[in-house]
Design a protein. Structure first.
Length: 98
């Protein structure tokens, strides 16, 4: 919650802390122009890890990819895209050390 408070103090923004949304909710947030920050732990070798908040960092999501083996070429997502298989959904992010 401290990052939300910091952002609202320094910038004229509204911020909300959410549980990690499902892929369809995350797509909706990104397609509507929301900045989505995701916390992750950084391991000693700088790779993302699960360390219960020890070595915490933040990544900002900048895009997503949905794999559809039925398509022959890349296509831009429309606002009504729906993910039916979580294993086909990937996000792109900028992050610090890792």
């Amino acid at each position: 919650d401290w990052l939300r408070e910091l952002a609202c103090t320094l910038f004229p923004v509204e911020a909300e802390v959410l549980e990690l949304p499902n892929p369809n909710k995350m797509i909706g947030l990104m397609m509507s122009g929301c900045a989505v920050l995701v916390p992750y732990d950084c391991d000693k070798n700088h790779e993302p890890a699960q360390r219960n908040g020890h070595g915490a960092h933040w990544a900002i999501l900048i895009g997503f990819l949905i794999v559809d083996v039925n398509l022959e070429s890349l296509q831009s997502a429309s606002s009504d895209v729906v993910v039916t298989n979580d294993g086909t959904f990937y996000v792109f992010a900028y992050h610090g050390k890792s």
